[in-house]
Design a protein around this ligand. Sequence first.
Ligand code: 3PG
Ligand code: MG
Length: 399
Amino acid sequence: MSIRNLDDLLAEGVSGRRVLVRADLNVPLDKQTGEITDDGRIRAVLPTLGALVQAGAKVVVCSHLGRPKGAPDPQYSLRPVAGRLGELLGAPVRFAEDTVGDSARATVDALVDGQVALLENLRFNKGETSKDEAERGAFADQLAAFGEAYVDDAFGAVHRKHASVFDVPARLPHVAGRLVLREVEVLGKLAGEPERPYVVVLGGSKVSDKLAVIEALLPKVDRLLIGGGMCFTFLKAQGHEVGTSLLEEEMVETCGNLLARADGKILLPVDVVAADAFAPDAAHDTVPADGIPSHRLGLDIGPETVAGFAAALSQAKTVFWNGPMGVFEMPAFAAGTRGVAEAITKTDAFTVVGGGDSAAAVRSLGLDESGFDHISTGGGASLEYLEGKTLPGIAALEN
Ligand code: 3PG
Ligand code: MG
């Protein structure tokens, strides 16, 4: 695989040239105020944007935000992101009111060397996510007209076969940005020959979302620690009653088969925090995993489980973590996620956090980000990478 990267483009000289950068600025917004609650993904593209600005390029940035349905929808406007990006870059970012229309054209035309513009949400246009090649292609033509070269720094979106990710690089000289390069280096190491013991921690609510990655990882890992909402389907498969906990009935048999094949590699919770209701102030107790009362639901892993997971992690030389261990947004059910995250930072292993949600959990719990070797900006993308799937955005960058 040979992917050209930003340094190759910079070496050619970009001063005065228009460079189209696909970024993943899909940041969480506060539902009430519309404010950005975690700007990690904006910070993550600063090295690439900063280098292009330094080199005197006219930088045209595009991104999606949320999942609007192919038409403008003000709640998904990238305008607040343009503001934050400007603050972080230390220079105002010109914002285009549309993606490829009059405003975008005027904004791009007005750029001077070393200036940055952000186009409005790519997904306000049907062509971006269309399954129809011609419709996607037509939109890609319009986008490609804004650049003389294309940089993909949207790691979180490389698993999407979308116009800005897959079709634009077919139309312009293309390179991987600094973020995409680093993500591929790190995840490539995990997918290749990770130093052992290799311990993976998976959480999140649904087994069905993680099934493919569990199947792909089982033969590779030395230990697979499972928490979060999905642990209850595994506990059920072990024959335990799980009360009113999240349960994917149709996955119980699959989980049973995975456990049978796992050769003892899978570690499940031995205790859980069980509550009366899914609410921050619900009455709750720590109970054994095989003793969840019938009227209660598990909302976090318990302290004994955290200790067991921490012991397994302390042996590790490589760690990958994706998905919270409990409902960490509610302080009463955050201890499991916090405990596991702290245990990961204490190992001397090479540690990688995968996923928009887990990365946001790290920051919202106030944990020290520098305690991890790499915090991936990709949720679905990092999992699909580890599954060994061909990612359209990466394939498009390969020559
Ligand atoms: C993400 O948040 O996982 C990426 O930005 C991709 O978004 P999507 O799942 O809506 O394609
Ligand atoms: Mg996603």
